[in-house]
Design a binder for this molecule. Structure first.
Ligand SMILES: Cc1cc2nc3c(=O)[nH]c(=O)nc-3n(C[C@H](O)[C@H](O)[C@H](O)COP(=O)(O)OP(=O)(O)OC[C@H]3O[C@@H](n4cnc5c(N)ncnc54)[C@H](O)[C@@H]3O)c2cc1C
Length: 333
């Protein structure tokens, strides 16, 4: 609870800090007509950098919220940030209609709008639920592969370029002549890029746990259980019902990561089980995984676990289809 409050306080104080620094750098201008565009711009800049931090799904933040809530927050704040940036552009554009400093900002804005729209249609489904006819557009692009979740996940990386352009934009503004403001611009973008780099490059060495596929067990229907053995030591600590991001390293199988619940229970320290239903491109190839292949699991994630709640009167578990997997872990635990 305290961690959650701390994170939210830091998240919402960061724009305030930047606003105060910019305001005190030139109270004459920012105390008059420049105030509102500055507040919009500074808040948008901070929130857009914060989105890059969130997309790196830091475990210490995720553990307090759960990944589903965490991603919903990320989506909502991204939309708010883009709206603020657009309002900033519309107001500030009137004061500096053709200035060079606005160009990188405009390019960043176009990229952010594009990335957010694609994510809301193809990754979060939000726009599809709001405008039902969009599901035909979505289905069409999914058939062309470009609408597939994992292709969209790659396209989502364009937001890094947008963050870099937004940084260039703020550094070209007059406010960056103030050393404190400049330091905050650099600190925010540095933190965002640092988290992004960690997530994309270093996470697998620091956060990933290596396993070897020991066996494949065919289950009923189109489900297969992978039995995994740690390559070193024993299985990490996790709670029943938690999940992880799995990558398989075997020729002929894409090493892209996919989220799966752990269907074994945490008291078994020698093996870990993951039960996968054939639902698409990647899961369709699971039955071709060979015993002996190396897999990397970034885990544990999630808060769907009875030990995290007051369950002294017992629990009722209701599952459909492959949704049974976390329940298997909870039941056997
Ligand atoms: C927290 C969580 C736990 C899960 N646990 C299990 C489990 O125990 N067993 C199981 O069989 N399935 C589980 N899934 C679903 C599983 O991740 C998807 O079925 C799988 O990623 C589909 O990949 P695909 O390429 O075969 O299918 P595709 O045809 O590419 O996609 C099918 C659907 O899966 C979703 N999806 C695809 N890739 C990803 C991704 N990388 N991240 C999130 N969603 C994606 C998309 O919404 C898409 O509509 C879980 C999903 C989540 C989010």
């Amino acid at each position: 609870m305290r961690k959650r409050a701390l994170f939210l306080a830091a998240y919402f104080l960061a724009p305030f800090l930047l606003i105060m620094a910019i305001f005190s750098s030139n109270t004459g201008y920012y105390g008059a007509s420049g105030f509102i565009p500055m507040v919009l711009g500074a808040t948008a800049y901070t929130l857009l950098n914060a989105q890059l931090i969130l997309s790196a799904r830091p475990k210490w933040i995720e553990a307090s919220f759960g990944l589903d809530r965490f991603y919903r927050f990320h989506g909502l704040m991204a939309v708010i940030a883009v709206v603020l940036a657009l309002a900033h552009k519309l107001l500030e554009g009137r004061t500096f209609p053709n200035s060079f400093q606005t160009k990188p900002g405009e390019m960043a804005l176009v990229l952010f709008i594009g990335v957010s729209t694609l994510a809301l249609v193809f990754m979060a489904d939000t726009l599809v639920r709001l405008f039902l006819p969009l599901r035909f557009v979505r289905a069409f692009f999914v058939r062309l592969k470009i609408g597939k979740y994992n292709v969209q996940k790659i396209l989502h990386n364009v937001s890094v370029l947008a963050v870099a352009l937004a940084f260039l934009h703020v550094m070209l503004t007059y406010s960056a002549h103030n050393p404190l403001v400049k330091a905050l611009y650099i600190l925010y973008v540095g933190a965002a890029m640092g988290f992004y780099l960690y997530h994309k490059v270093f996470r697998k060495w620091f956060a990933g746990k290596w396993f070897m596929v020991e066996a494949l067990v065919p289950e009923s229907g189109s489900m297969t259980t992978l039995v995994l053995r740690p390559r070193k030591g024993s299985v990490f600590s996790y709670l029943p019902g938690q999940f992880g991001f799995l990558r398989v390293f075997q020729r002929g199988i894409s090493s892209e990561e996919h989220p799966f619940s752990i269907s074994s229970q945490p008291l078994d320290k020698s093996r870990l089980r993951i039960t996968i239903k054939n639902l698409g491109d990647w899961t369709g190839g699971v039955r071709n995984i060979q015993p002996g292949s190396k897999v990397l699991l970034d885990a544990p994630y999630g808060r769907f676990s009875p030990p995290l709640y007051d369950c002294k009167d017992g629990i009722v578990l209701i599952a459909g289809g492959v949704g049974i997997t976390p329940m298997l872990s909870i039941l056997s635990y």
